[in-house]
Design a protein around this ligand. Structure first.
Ligand code: TXA
Ligand code: MG
Length: 331
C-alpha cells in the first residue's frame, strides 16, 4: 500500500509534515543527497520506530539534521574551531560532522556513543521542514537496512509503503550519494564514509591530508559495513571500460559511465553520465542500480570510475554493493 505523498513545494504540506513529526510520527523528506526517514531527534519512541521500519540494527547511530549551523548547540557542546570553519564552508551541504554529544540526545540516536553525527542539509524543503518542526530531525536514508538508498519519492513509497506516515516529494535528489562523514572525535580526524563533499575539499579546508577509515568488524559507522548499498542481483566491478558482454550464462546488465562504451550483448545498459561528469554519475547512480535490479538479471557488471572527487563515493558504493561476490574472481 502506498503512503501519503505530498508535494514538498506546498507550504501546507510542510506544515502538516512538521505536525506529524511533533506528534511522534515519521516523515520521509528530500535532501540534496538522498531521501531521509525523519523523526523528532528528541523523541526516543519516534526514533525507535525508525529502527523498526528500516529493520536497522540498534548499534547503527542516526544523523541528526539541523535547519541551520547555529542550532548545533542543541545537540553538541562542541566549541571546536574546526567545526565552525567546516560548517561555514560546507553547510548547508552534504557533510556530516561527528562531534561530542549532549546528554539530552537519546542513546538510540547515537547508539550509546558519546558522539553525534550532525548535518545541515542543502535542500529548501528539508530546511523548511526542520525549521517548522522546531526540533532537530534524526534521519537515516529512507530504505530498508543494507539496500540502495532512495533518490526519489517513488523509491521511498515502494521501499517503505505505509510504514511511513507521510512522504514529501521534492523530485530527484541533486547530489545522489549520501553525505561525507568526517569524525572530529578522533585524532587526527578521519573520513568514516566518502560522500557528496570530496575528500580533497575537506583536506583543503583543514590544511592536512585525511585518511578514509577502512572497513571494521564492529564499525564506527555502518557506512563502513562491507556489504551495504547492495542490489539483490549480484554485482561485479570490471577492471576497466566494458567490451562486449561476457559469454556468461544468463542475463547480464551493464552499468556504464559514458555513452562511448561499446556494449553489444548486454540485456540492459545504464549510462550514468551522458555528459561524462562525475556529478551527473553520482546523481544517477542509485536510480540506475534500482532499474538494473528490477530488470530480472543474473548479473550486473559495473565499469569503474576515476577515484577523484565524487568518484571516491561512487566507487565506495559500488565496492560495497559488490561485496558478496568478493570471494569470486573479478570479472
Ligand atoms: O546524506 C546522508 O547522510 C543521508 C541523508 C538522509 O542525510 N543520511 C544517511 O543516513 O545516509 P544513514 O543512517 O543511512 O547513514 C548514516 C551513517 C551511518 O553509517 C552511521 O553509522 C553514521 O552515519 N553515524 C551516525 N552517527 C555517527 C556517530 N556518532 N559516529 C559514527 N558514525 C555515525
Ligand atoms: Mg543509509
Amino acid at each position: 500500500m502506498s503512503p501519503r505523498i505530498l508535494s514538498a513545494a506546498d507550504p501546507l504540506a510542510i506544515e502538516e509534515a512538521a505536525t506529524v513529526l511533533r506528534r511522534g510520527g515519521l516523515v520521509a523528506f528530500p535532501t540534496e543527497t538522498v531521501y531521509g526517514l525523519g523523526a523528532n531527534a528528541f523523541d526516543p519512541r519516534a526514533v525507535a520506530r525508525v529502527f523498526e521500519v528500516k529493520a536497522r540494527p540498534s548499534f547503527d547511530p542516526l544523523i541528526v539534521h539541523l535547519a541551520r549551523a547555529e542550532d548545533l548547540a542543541r545537540v553538541s557542546p562542541s566549541d571546536d574551531p574546526r567545526v565552525s570553519a567546516l560548517a561555514a564552508r560546507f553547510w548547508p551541504g552534504p557533510l556530516t560532522l561527528v562531534v561530542p554529544r549532549r546528554p539530552e540526545v537519546p542513546d538510540l540516536v547515537t547508539a550509546g556513543l558519546d558522539t553525534v553525527g550532525v548535518r545541515v542539509p542543502a535542500h529548501t524543503a528539508a530546511h523548511a521542514l526542520i525549521a517548522a518542526a522546531g526540533t532537530p530531525i534524526a534521519a537515516p536514508s529512507a530504505n530498508p537496512f543494507g539496500y540502495v538508498s532512495p533518490t526519489t519519492a517513488a523509491h521511498v513509497a515502494e521501499l517503505l509503503g505505509r510504514s511511513v506516515d507521510l512522504v514529501l516529494d521534492g523530485g530527484p535528489c541533486r547530489v545522489g550519494v549520501e553525505s561525507t562523514i568526517l569524525s572530529l572525535a578522533t585524532h587526527p580526524p578521519v573520513i568514516l564514509r566518502p560522500g557528496g563533499v570530496p575528500r580533497e575539499d575537506l583536506e583543503d579546508a583543514l590544511g592536512h591530508p585525511l585518511e578514509v577509515a577502512g572497513p571494521a568488524d564492529r564499525p564506527l559507522a555502518p557506512g563502513q559495513l562491507l556489504k551495504h548499498y547492495a542490489t539483490r542481483t549480484p554485482l561485479r566491478i570490471l577492471r576497466g571500460p566494458s567490451g562486449p558482454a561476457p559469454a556468461a550464462p544468463g542475463r547480464v546488465g551493464l552499468l556504464a559511465f559514458s555513452p562511448t562504451t561499446a556494449t553489444p550483448g548486454f540485456v540492459v545498459v545504464e549510462v550514468l553520465a551522458p555528459d561524462g561528469s562525475p556529478a551527473t554519475a553520482a546523481a544517477r547512480l542509485f536510480a540506475a542500480l534500482r532499474r538494473l535490479d528490477a530488470a530480472g538479471l543474473d548479473l550486473i557488471l559495473a565499469e569503474p570510475c576515476d577515484e577523484a572527487g565524487l568518484g571516491h563515493a561512487i566507487m565506495d558504493r559500488l565496492r560495497r554493493a559488490s561485496f558478496r561476490r568478493a570471494e569470486e574472481p573479478e570479472a
